[in-house]
Design a binder for this molecule. Structure first.
Ligand code: NAD
Ligand code: L34
Length: 302
């Protein structure tokens, strides 16, 4: 069965829209998101445009703050401080990757954790690890929501996460191994967590044997066809996070998108599988909107 992230994300946007409408009806201001983008990476531009569109649909105000690739780290830091101190902004993100001469750690660490709607600051990551209320990074939050909405339980399951990035692999593994007391506003009630998690990466030996013992495989490596049919147990659930552009002169854009999974051969064996596009990507975007509403609600409670 296909896990239809596009459809679920549309449903959640509908729910968010209702919540924003209720704010308007009560004469409250609407949440406002800032999106910082540096340079002109075409993939980043697509993602940021998708984020702006989703905000508009839901009624969240969004501002795009674009800088040329040559911006210095110091100037970008000043911009981050401005957004931290701007009372009209509830949350903001700095779209990654940044140009080589700018340290992602330096920039992300400078974001006020209360406005860190990407959940990437050390404060939010640390709070997530300790099971404290936190803002959770959009992609892991979206994957958890997708599993929850399809009623896929994780308790006692063996989950294999391929990839150890700060944005996907690490926080995903933490969320799924956690005791499920961490319930967030807007989250489904389904008990998610309590899994036995194995994290694999580029130095892992015998990935195939490890994957064959998995009930759920989450692949976030950025490598087309990394997960093939002989690595997947019959009846497993497969979540494909990878987004890879493959040249394709027959396609109007000149490329097509594929994930990290050999979808054609894996899908017949999998109980559930996400497609690319239309799987995890749209869930990432809607999770950012949920995080923005969460930051807004916490701010007005202060
Ligand atoms: P990354 O690109 O920073 O790092 C890749 C990770 O995969 C590393 O930890 C590496 O150890 C591991 N890896 C690479 N090759 C491997 C192999 N052969 N075997 C085992 N492990 C291997 O990670 P990222 O930023 O999480 O991105 C991963 C992919 O997910 C990219 O394609 C990215 O575009 C995509 N992505 C998609 C979304 C979404 O919403 N759909 C969100 C974030 C990232
Ligand atoms: N700071 N940087 C920060 N936060 C993030 O959460 C991201 N990410 C990743 C890259 N850098 C980031 C995203 O937003 C990847 N990512 C992302 C967002 C949206 C989509 C994919 C990745 C998406 O919309 N995917 C569509 C297809 C898009 C297309 O046509 O290219 C899908 O259906 O998968």
């Amino acid at each position: 069965m296909i896990l239809d992230g596009k459809k679920i994300a549309t449903e959640i946007r509908g729910e968010l829209r209702t919540q924003v409408e209720a704010l308007k009806a009560a004469d409250k201001r609407v949440p406002k998101l800032g999106i910082v983008i540096v340079g002109n990476n075409p993939a980043s531009e697509t993602y940021v445009n998708n984020k702006m569109k989703a905000c508009a649909e839901v009624g969240i105000e969004a501002v795009k703050i674009a800088y040329p690739a040559e911006i210095t780290e110091q100037t970008l830091l000043t911009e981050v401080h401005k957004l931290n101190n701007d009372p009209s902004i509830d949350g903001f993100i700095v779209q990654l990757p940044l140009p080589e001469h700018i340290s992602e750690t330096t920039i992300l660490s400078a974001i006020d954790h209360r406005k860190d709607v990407d959940g990437l600051t050390p404060e939010n990551v640390g709070r997530t690890v300790q099971g404290l209320p936190s803002i959770i990074s959009a992609t892991p939050r979206g994957i958890r929501e997708l599993l929850a909405r399809y009623n896929i339980q994780t308790e006692g399951k063996h989950v294999v996460v391929i990839g150890r990035s700060n944005i996907v692999g690490k926080p995903m593994a933490i969320l799924l191994m956690q005791r499920p007391y961490l319930s967030l506003p807007g989250m489904s009630a389904a008990s998610l967590g309590d899994a036995t998690v194995t994290i694999c990466h580029s130095k892992t030996r015998d990935l195939k044997s490890i994957c064959l013992t998995a009930d759920i495989i989450i692949v976030a490596a950025g490598s087309p066809n990394l997960l093939t049919a002989e690595m997947v147990r019959e009846g497993a659930t497969v979540i494909d996070v990878g987004i890879n552009r493959i040249d394709d002169p027959t396609s109007p854009r000149g490329y097509r998108l594929v994930g990290d999974v050999d979808f054609e051969h894996v899908a017949p064996k999998a109980a559930y599988i996400t497609p690319v596009p239309g799987g995890v990507g749209p869930m990432t975007i809607v999770s950012l909107l949920q995080n923005t509403l969460q930051a807004y609600q916490l701010k007005i409670e202060e």
